[in-house]
Structures are given as C-alpha cells and as structure tokens.
Design a protein around this ligand. Structure first.
Ligand code: GUN
Length: 296
C-alpha cells in the first residue's frame, strides 16, 4: 500500500485564500484593516527567514505588516516597553515575538506581557488555560494547521487513537489538547516513553514533533494510519544538505494511509494559520462575526 500524500502547500494556499476573502470583507464592509506586528530580537538566521516570510505573506493577503527588528543586546525593559506600546495600538490586532529569544531575556515573562487577545501564537498562559478548558482562545499555529488537515482528511476524529510524539509548549501539548477537544483518545509520548515503537503502533493518528531526523520508521506505524510529520531537520546529503522530517518518509509511506511530506506538509500551514489567527483576532476586537473554518 502507498499512502495518500497530504499536500500542505496546496492546503495552506486554500487557507490564505479564505483569509484574503475575510480581509477584503472587513475592509469593504467595516473599514477594518487587520494588522500583524512581528518582533525579532537578534540575528538568528532561521528566525530572519521566518520573519521575512511572515511579513511577505501578511501583505499578500491584504493585511498590514509591522516589523520590529531589535538589536541582540536589547534589554528586557526595552522589549516590554515595545510590547506595551503594541498592546495599546488599535492598528495592531496580532503580536508575535519570534522565538527563541536571546538567553538574557525571559521568554515566559515576555510572552505573558502580550495582550492575550492579540497573542496570535497562542502562547500566553491565559490562552493555554482557555484551550485546556475548551474555551474560546487563540490556538498555536502549527497544531491548528495539523488539526485543519486532519479534519479535512478524516471528517470526524471522534474515538480515534491519537499519539503525539513530543511534549513542547509550541506543538506537542497544544496538539494533544486539540485532539482531545475533537474526542480522540490521546497519548503524549516523548524521549522517556518506555516502548515508543509499541506506543506509536497503536496510533490511528500519529503526530511526530520531536525534532530528530527520521527517528520514526515505517514499522512503528499502524497500517492505514494518518501520519502528521511536524519535524523540519536539516541533514547532510553528499556535499549539500536536505530537509527531512521526524518520520522516515519512504518506509512510512508504504504503511500509512496518509502522510504529510517534508517539505511541503505541515510547514506551509504554520504561517497560513498565523494569518488566520490575525483575522480572527481582528474580528473579535471589533465585535464582528468570526470567519468559519479558520479557527477551532
Ligand atoms: N519559533 C519557532 N516556532 C515558532 C512559532 O510558532 N512562533 C514563534 N513566535 N516563534 C517560533
């Protein structure tokens, strides 16, 4: 058997098209221009690439993009002052502080200083608590993108066995909450899980988010399962490098029912969902109906 490839690139283009429609509706009917502020501290090369891509896609769907690039030596007080200013600014509906921050800055403190209604990453403790209790919140972008693809592929997820490998605050934990919210039976596995292979083999839905190149082989996968690979790992390939996921794609695709490739699977969904969260935040800020299908 060969798995269906879940094309995240095409799916993300669909999400962006929906976002663009809502942005046009907000502008034409209500005079509202959704705005996203992205804050980058320092010169981490991967972060610079992401931030540039976020700014470009924000403008492409018709929203306003505000970029704040701060020196690596920026003090916590300076960063908190900027966030406070963005919290107060009515042109800004979403605020994203790119992680990781330089080590002299306390990420938790910084994230928790963002107005939760503008926290389009969904990392503020208030949004984490709202998600965990099944209340309306801002949902972290990568898990939201994974859930959208799973719902599109399966329809209802109710009763399915879901295994999330990885327990990060950015992906693993919120992914587990979303799957639980859709009535899956959820296991969170991680580096200390005793028999990871056997745990993975139980999964109807397997979400891999550990950041270890190709660590999940095909024989850990239940025949017909849906595999969502969140990993983006760069490995040496001759004198070049190559991007691979946390799942060994070729062997997994022989067993799985459906699988996301790397690149072109989950990756493109993250920024698309950031734009979706920004338009959702703008609707909430103005007391307008929220777009359907762009949030949980
Ligand atoms: N760094 C890696 N992933 C993310 C993300 O989803 N949001 C932010 N702000 N930083 C990140």
């Amino acid at each position: 058997m060969t798995a269906t490839i879940l094309d995240g690139k095409a799916f993300a283009a669909g999400v962006r098209a929906k976002v663009a429609d809502h942005v046009a509706r907000l502008r034409d009917s209500f005079g509202v221009m959704p705005g996203l502020a992205v804050v980058l501290v320092g010169e981490d090369p991967a972060s610079q690439v992401y931030v540039r891509s976020k700014g470009k896609q924000t403008v492409e769907v018709g929203m306003a993009s505000f970029e704040h690039r701060l020196d690596a030596a920026t003090s916590e007080a300076e960063l908190l002052a900027l966030i406070s200013q963005l919290n107060e600014d009515p042109k800004i509906h979403g605020i994203l502080v790119q992680l990781p921050l330089p080590s002299h800055l306390d990420s938790d403190l910084v994230i928790n200083s963002i107005n939760p209604a503008k926290d389009v990453d969904g990392f503020h403790i208030s949004n984490v608590g709202l998600l965990g209790t099944g209340q309306k919140s801002m949902v972290p972008c990568t898990p939201l993108g994974c859930l959208m693809m799973l719902r599109a592929h399966h329809g209802r997820l109710s009763g399915l066995d879901a295994v999330v490998v990885g327990r990060s605050n950015i992906v693993g934990k919120p992914m587990a909450q979303l799957l639980l919210g859709d009535s899956c039976t959820v296991t969170i596995a991680h580096s200390r899980t005793r028999d990871l292979a056997e745990t993975c083999r139980r999964a109807d839905i397997l979400v891999a988010a550990v950041g270890r190149a190709e660590m999940i082989p095909g024989d850990w996968i239940k025949p017909g399962a849906t595999v969502i690979d969140v990993g983006i790992n760069r490995i040496a390939a001759g004198d070049k490098t190559r991007l691979v996921g946390d799942v060994h794609f070729d062997s997994a695709a022989q067993v799985a029912g459906a699988i996301t490739p790397v690149p072109g699977g989950v990756g493109p969904m993250t920024i698309a969902c950031l734009l979706a969260n920004t338009v959702t935040a703008a609707c909430r800020a103005h007391g307008l109906e929220e777009p359907e299908g762009l949030t949980v």
